[in-house]
Design a protein. Structure first.
Length: 678
């Protein structure tokens, strides 16, 4: 049963009167350059100095960018962590040279370094306490959301951000809208954390949390183990979120108290002192904090669920797929999602005493060498290998299409990983399904998608109806006098007012290839003028003839999805355009935009108004005659139609002086170079 409701919320103008949610509080803790007494909220641009920044096999490209900025010494070597985990099976001379370069750089800089075979970077960050409750830890990898499972605010950054942190200790972040996901009830027997996140991805599959920060709450957390939380937080990435944060509660504190039994008291980050500090200095959302959305799921209504094929937005009960008798060729217990000790134990408990089907290959890799040692000591590893599984070194490997055991044309795989994108783990003509370790192990034995009960000759039970709801607050349209008179400091050289005619490009999911065609991406000799000519060419060949430099593009939702090419942002700048408005942006595009001094604004109400006005138009690029004015000191946007009537007045996130300085310097690289020259 899906219940849709709406509730009225405080106007953004009341921001000084309300409390902060947990995400905002952690950002407040790690924000730099704030004026005294300044409180940060969703929508604000802030400079952050994260507790830690992790990079993996991409550490060498980051190092080259770092050196290209003119940097020679990292700002704080205690802030940086380098791990080797992605291509660990690759023993080619080229890859070994890259690994050696990373290790040598880390030694030169005094950076903490973990070699190939030690484990997946995200697991190491948690095991070694770099990601720690209530800190903000980032990584140049999309699954840094994982850290939210232990109450840390983890979020991904791009390589330019990483180089900036290496050189200056900081980068920027726009605090996203925060969605509260309330878990109530108690999980039935046989339902896992993986089933929770697969269900969330499958039933809320209309981008409800795209580019949101998520906070998990509710009485259902009381019996939700930390390993389940890590799995859920990890896959909030696939759900479209920028972070997935669990609270610091008794379950988490007990987890860390148990960790003390296996770590030396002298451990620099996880010790009795740091844990006592968590107990003594609790941090939680204020009672009057605000959320953009409120989703509720009753855990007692869930059953084992499977994602796929080839999409996390497709979710089906195990019962349904089991009855379809879908044969499999490969099974995988690998990745940062489900290869911790509890996952290996769960798979061992299922597979013990059985054999992997003769026509199935079952691959297993621990999340870290520590996990594998523990699994070996407890006999779980032997149970799985005795059943016929094929061991791989601790690392990512097949999860990202590297190393042994990839899916071939026409094959079907079932995976305890996070992504089943078409072609990710091998052939684009293969089918990939996501499931819990228990289901993966059972399927490996059965030779088809199935559950553990089938190994005992029992049928998979019928699922219950999932009980869920979503509440979306209705924002106040009125802007209070307090809000409109509030002043944001504006640096010399930054405009007080940004304005232009809105040019409607009415489509959702305009991807980076639509903005800047891929055939030009690796042509390094293309001039700025040529980039301007081909900007938006794949979306509309007439775009170049209908627009001018003072215009502001307005488009739909998830603008800039797709590849990480920076030219999608720089091509718009090449046309002389300084800002783009959309219902929402692809996260990497948004970061590339600011990093290259292209301003972005998310105003869903505005695109919806224009869509209603031009719903009968067949034009791809429309000159609307509507004029947008952004009053930077007041953080206020006003839009007038072609007749001069005000059609929208809205508060937007405050553009702080740190962000202004980045724009003035021509982007993040220019800002870093200026900082290094000081």
């Amino acid at each position: 049963m899906l219940r849709l409701s709406a509730r009225r919320n405080f106007s953004v103008g009341h921001r000084l009167w309300r409390g902060q949610n947990l995400t905002e509080k952690i950002v407040q803790k790690y924000a730099v350059g704030l004026s005294p007494g300044k409180k940060v909220f969703s929508g604000d641009y802030v400079s952050i100095k994260p507790a830690h920044c992790m990079s993996h096999d991409n550490s060498w490209p980051v190092a080259l960018k770092f050196k290209g900025l003119g940097a020679t010494k990292v700002k704080d070597n205690r802030q940086i962590v380098c791990t080797l985990d992605h291509d660990v099976q690759n023993k080619s001379e080229k890859n070994l040279e890259k690994y050696s370069n990373i290790e040598n750089f880390a030694k030169e800089q005094g950076i903490d370094f973990y070699p190939a075979g030690r484990g997946i970077g995200h697991q190491i960050m948690i095991e070694e306490g770099y990601a720690f409750p209530l800190n903000m830890t980032v990584a140049s990898d999309s699954h840094s959301n994982t850290y939210g499972g232990i109450g840390a605010l983890g979020t991904p950054i791009v390589r330019t951000d990483a180089a900036s942190i290496w050189a200056t200790g900081q980068t920027w972040w726009q605090i996203p809208p925060v969605a509260k996901v309330e878990l109530v009830g108690e999980l039935p027997k046989g339902v896992t954390g993986k089933d929770i996140i697969i269900t969330l991805c499958g039933v809320f599959n209309q981008d409800q949390v795209l580019n949101h920060a998520i906070e998990f709450t509710g009485e259902g957390l009381k019996k939700l183990p930390v390993d389940y939380r890590l799995t859920i937080a990890n896959m909030t990435t696939e759900w479209g979120a920028l972070s997935g944060l669990f609270p610091v509660d008794d379950v988490l504190l007990d987890f860390y108290k148990t960790r003390l039994n296996v770590l030396p008291e002298s451990h620099p980050r996880v010790n009795s002192s740091t844990i006592q500090n968590l107990i003594d200095n609790k941090m939680e959302s204020d009672s009057d904090s605000q959320y953009a959305k409120h989703l509720v799921v009753d855990l007692s209504s869930l059953s084992p669920n499977i994602s796929g094929p080839n999409s996390v937005k497709i979710s089906n009960p195990l019962h349904t797929l089991s009855n379809q008798n879908i044969p499999i060729n490969k099974a995988y217990l690998v990745s940062c999602t489900n290869s911790r000790l509890s996952d290996i134990k769960a798979a061992a408990d299922v597979i013990r005493g059985h054999k992997v089907a003769s026509d199935v290959e079952f691959y297993v890799a621990a999340a870290s060498s520590n996990v594998q040692q523990d699994a070996e000591a407890k006999g779980y590893w032997k149970d799985i290998l005795d059943a016929g599984a094929i061991p791989l070194p601790a690392g990512c490997g097949p999860c990202i299409g590297l190393g042994a055991g990839l899916l071939k044309d026409g094959e079907v795989g079932i995976l305890a990983t996070n992504r089943n994108f078409k072609g990710r783990m091998g052939s684009k003509d293969a089918l990939a399904y996501l499931a819990s370790p228990e289901i993966v192990a059972a399927s490996a034995v059965l030779g088809k998608i199935g559950g553990p009960e089938e190994l005992e000759g029992k049928p998979v039970p019928n699922p219950k109806e999932i009980i869920k709801s979503i509440s979306i607050p209705v924002a106040e349209s009125k802007v209070t006098e307090d809000a409109s008179s509030a002043a944001v400091e504006v640096l010399e050289g930054f405009p007080q007012l940004i304005e232009g005619e809105l040019i409607l490009c009415d489509a959702d999911n305009i991807n980076t290839d639509g903005i800047y065609p891929g055939k030009y991406t690796y042509q390094d000799d293309i001039t700025k003028e040529q980039m301007a000519e081909v900007c938006m060419e794949n979306y509309d060949p007439e775009f170049k003839n209908k627009t001018k430099s003072s215009d502001i593009i307005i488009s739909g939702f998830n603008f800039g999805t797709g590849s990480s090419r920076e030219q999608a942002a720089t091509a718009i700048l090449a046309r002389g355009m300084k800002m783009i408005v959309a219902g929402s942006f692809g996260n990497i595009f948004s970061r590339n935009s600011i990093n290259n001094a292209l301003l972005t604004l998310e105003i869903p109400d505005l695109i919806n108004k224009l869509r209603e006005l031009y719903k009968d138009s067949n034009e791809l690029t429309i000159r609307t005659g509507w004029i947008l004015k952004w009053d930077v000191p007041k953080a206020l946007v006003e839009v007038k139609d072609a007749n001069g009537n005000v059609v929208l007045t809205q508060k937007v996130g405050e553009l702080g002086t740190n962000l202004q300085d980045i724009i003035i310097k021509g982007g993040l690289e220019g800002w870093v170079k200026a900082e290094l020259q000081k």
